[in-house]
Design a protein around this ligand. Structure first.
Ligand code: SF4
Length: 378
């Protein structure tokens, strides 16, 4: 999978082909990657290394970029780390977001040090003078700010009025935060709202989306790790995306950033919100005569070189496989020691199993070349 170009964060099917209309939002630019205003949904991740370790952080960013990330966020927990952040920002292959809490001076310095966006929680950044200093630095650097609210940052009067943490209270807190930024003269905003649970996050984002046209950053906070985290994130994000809500997203997982990116991209492709190759391997059954999982993984790995929206089938038997995968552009149906290469359900030729992936990729490249707009996407 190739890295996105800054001017085109991912690619989406043409509007007329989209299964669900996107909410109309304002647009901001993060180092050339547009968020909102109909731009393709961008995929974000966050580094998990010590920010002081520039080499390790850049290596992680490179891996996230290779996996298809469009934007990366780096935590800057102290003023002493701004120099390291500047070094990372200068060498990063994709736009970089400074994640700052509590100390407004860090946000100011990060804006001056090459951040393409700031992520702050105005609730913990201090009084209006401090927030105004951050806004001034962002305006001078020409960068947007993401403001986030979450269940832990709700104002006491909202907690009292809404009887605790509720979706409406979160949405109202977000509206209030935006109004505070706007009163201080700043409009280049992205908003994120995260509840403690998936249903509350969904409801709060829906409520805010009904009251504002600012772009939304989606995420399910503290989703956990591995498959459970992937499913939990996908469950929440898919509901919002199907509502047309969301302009950029992060799948938060305890796992490495590239895993977060992979899950996000599979989610977007599953909803036809991002184009790219897709392996449709069969679940296997008693008819299967090869070890199919490693073969499917090898095909998925080989397909990373292509950007085209190809459906590629990897099927476990020669007899049923091609017919079952009729909707695939190209595929292989494995038998004992050999495989049938087929396109749109019709057999093309039979090859030894050892050369099956190479033969499949030959056909895949040929078909991808004929696909309109396939080059340069994503
Ligand atoms: S393609 Fe063949 S092996 Fe795979 S599930 Fe269908 S019948 Fe079973």
């Amino acid at each position: 999978m190739s890295r996105s170009s800054p001017d085109n964060a991912g690619s989406e099917p043409r509007p007329s082909e989209r299964p669900w209309p996107r909410r109309e939002t304002r647009s901001v630019s993060v180092g050339g990657v547009r968020i909102g205003g109909g731009a393709p949904l961008s995929v974000q991740t966050m580094t998990k290394t010590d920010t002081a370790d520039v080499r390790a952080t850049l290596a992680q960013i490179e891996r996230a970029a290779a996996a298809g990330a469009d934007l990366v966020r780096v935590a800057v927990p102290s003023l002493q780390l701004v120099d390291a952040f500047a070094e990372i920002a200068a060498a990063s292959p994709m736009p970089i977001i400074a994640d700052v809490h509590f100390d407004h001076r860090i946000a100011v310095e990060c804006a001056r040090a090459g951040a393409h966006k700031l992520r702050i929680n105005p609730g913990n950044i201090g009084d209006d003078d401090r927030l105004a200093a951050v806004i001034e630095a962002a305006a001078e650097a020409g960068i947007p700010i993401r403001v986030g609210v979450n269940s832990g940052s709700l104002e006491p009067d909202l907690l009292e009025r809404h009887g605790g943490v509720t979706a409406d209270a979160l949405a109202e807190s977000a509206v209030r935060t935006v109004e505070r930024m706007q009163r201080l003269g700043f409009e280049h905003l992205v908003v994120s709202i995260k509840g403690a649970e998936v249903p509350m996050t969904v409801a709060a984002n829906r409520a805010f989306a009904g009251r504002s046209d600012l772009p939304l950053h989606l995420g399910i906070t503290e989703a956990g790790f591995g498959r459970a985290a992937a499913v939990r994130s996908a469950a929440g994000l898919a509901i919002l995306l199907a509502d047309g809500i969301g302009d950029t997203l992060r799948v938060s997982m305890t796992d490495p950033p590239e895993d977060e990116v992979e899950v996000a991209i599979y989610l977007l492709r599953s909803l036809d919100l991002r184009e790219g190759p897709w392996v449709i391997s069969c679940p296997t059954c008693g008819r299967c005569q090869v070890d199919l999982p490693p073969l499917a993984r090898e095909v998925a790995e080989a397909l990373r070189e292509l950007n085209a929206p190809l459906k590629v089938a990897v099927m476990g038997c020669e007899v049923n496989g091609p017919g079952e995968a009729r909707q695939a552009d190209v595929g292989l149906a494995a038998g004992r020691g050999r495989a049938v290469i087929f396109a749109r359900g019709e057999p093309l030729r039979t090859v030894p199993i050892d050369s099956a992936v190479a033969a499949l990729m030959q056909e895949a490249r040929r078909i991808a070349e004929d696909m309109p707009d396939a080059q340069g996407q994503q």
